[in-house]
Design a protein around this ligand. Structure first.
Ligand code: ATP
Length: 214
């Protein structure tokens, strides 16, 4: 069965680094669909600058013309912190035995041991670690103990069972971050071409990210 990809994040705002990686993964892994799942209240970081509805609107405008890309707003409507383990448990209940692939940049993956019930994630989904410029993948301590035996280099394994593999993937390296975009705009500079034109037009028209806070 073709897997479903799940890319969570704050998407504050969504940018070309997210979108290009997502498209390359959709094609490389022949995913049935790739879901963008904006977090309402990320447990390990400050509240996003834009509210959930505005971030979802930017995602929606960015992915509108890409078959296979889907916006999933379930975390925005769920009360309390946005725990990925809860999101994957709900998706697993809906998906039956269809493989789920949780997609994480290397930075997010290395932070996993701080996540709520993180050891449970591999029971619910595969984990795809996507290379991100500036971070290198090593499996230290706790992470190594849980993940090292599950590493695979063979993408076909992801279709053969619903969950449990860790797959490392390097696509086109794009050193773009939402922090960089917020910081450019706050200092009066342009973030054009780091985000799709549709997203940039909304950001400009609605004067998003203009205040000093980054
Ligand atoms: P911020 O700068 O605010 O921390 P961000 O650019 O890292 O934001 P997030 O919404 O936090 O964006 O990222 C969601 C997911 O996408 C994370 O798993 C992150 O590692 C990954 N990601 C973000 N930017 C890139 C990129 N340029 N290349 C590959 N993966 C990325």
């Amino acid at each position: 069965m073709r897997p479903i990809g799940v890319l969570g994040g704050t998407f504050d705002p969504i940018h070309v680094g997210h979108l290009r990686s997502a498209l390359e993964l959709l094609e490389t892994l022949d995913l049935a669909e790739l879901r963008f799942v904006p977090a309402k209240q990320p447990p390990h970081r400050p509240l996003p600058r834009l509210d959930g509805a505005s971030r979802a609107r930017l995602i929606s405008s960015a992915i509108r013309n890409q078959p296979g890309f889907v916006l999933d707003t379930r975390e925005l409507s769920r009360p309390g912190p946005s725990y990925t383990v809860d999101t994957l448990a709900a998706m697993r209940a809906e998906a039956g035995d269809q493989p789920l692939c949780l997609i994480l940049g290397t930075d997010a993956f290395l932070g996993l041991p701080k996540w709520h019930r993180w050891e449970k994630l591999l029971e619910l989904a595969h984990i795809i670690v996507m290379g991100r410029p500036g971070t290198s993948l090593t499996l230290p301590g706790e992470l190594g103990a849980v993940m090292a035996d599950q590493l695979t280099r063979d993408g076909r394994e992801l279709c053969e069972r619903p969950a449990g593999c860790v797959y490392c993937w390097d696509g086109t390296p794009l050193a773009i971050s939402a922090t960089q975009i917020r910081s450019l705009i706050a200092s009066g500079r342009s973030a054009r071409y780091l985000v799709p034109d549709e997203v940039w037009n909304i950001i400009l028209t609605e004067e998003m990210y203009k205040s000093d806070a980054i």
